[in-house]
Design a protein. Structure first.
Length: 200
């Protein structure tokens, strides 16, 4: 019985058997004994080392009824929280890497869709003047390290900034391009324009 309780992490010293309610301590070894509640958890004894001057100050304070075991336990708990926080930080790095990879996959899909839409537009619906403006503006973007977005596309198609939200929606619908597909769209459209440009 004592081994059973010890494996459960419960107190098993002679004095702790009093915590077994409704039992006769002298009969606890009997398989027929009955009990209802265990009230004393097992406390583990741990040896720690401290500096000599710290021990001296602890001895000087012993009349203050300080429970040094409780003080140590609180310190252990604080350190365990710090360790857990560090582990969470490492886990967050894993989350960041995973989400970055997901973002790249989403952008790759958007680039493929945009390129397909751009090629289709350039082959079937685009006007020469618009494609020429797009090519010239793309040279400027590349020179200055800029990235295409849908507003820049609308400015090229509308030949300036004289447009509103309604115009933007209409133009993007005609181009068949989504908000995150602008860069791929330009690449696809200019692939077609560059292929045939020398023959125009």
């Amino acid at each position: 019985m004592r081994n059973f309780l010890r494996n459960l992490g419960l107190a098993t010293t002679a004095g702790d058997w009093a915590g077994v309610r409704g039992s006769n301590p002298s009969k606890l070894g009997s398989p027929t004994c009955s009990y209802t509640t265990l009230v004393y958890p097992l406390r583990m004894r741990v040896n720690i080392s401290v500096q000599a001057d710290l021990k001296a100050r602890m001895d000087d304070a012993r009349n203050e009824a300080t429970n040094w075991s409780q003080v140590a336990c609180r310190a252990f708990e604080v350190e365990l929280v710090a360790i857990a926080t560090k582990k969470v930080g490492k886990n967050m790095n894993d989350v960041i890497q995973r989400l970055r990879a997901s973002k790249l996959r989403d952008q790759e899909r958007a680039d493929v869709a945009g390129s397909s839409a751009g090629r289709d537009w350039a082959m079937h619906r685009a006007e020469y003047a618009v494609l020429k403006r797009l090519s010239e503006e793309n040279d400027n973007f590349e020179t200055n390290g800029l990235e295409w977005d849908c507003n820049a596309l609308v400015r090229v198609v509308m030949s300036g900034d004289d447009w509103d939200h309604g115009d933007r929606v209409k133009v993007l619908a005609e181009l068949g391009v989504g908000d995150d597909e602008a860069d791929g769209f330009v690449i696809g459209a200019l692939e077609i324009f560059n292929e045939v440009g020398d023959q125009l």
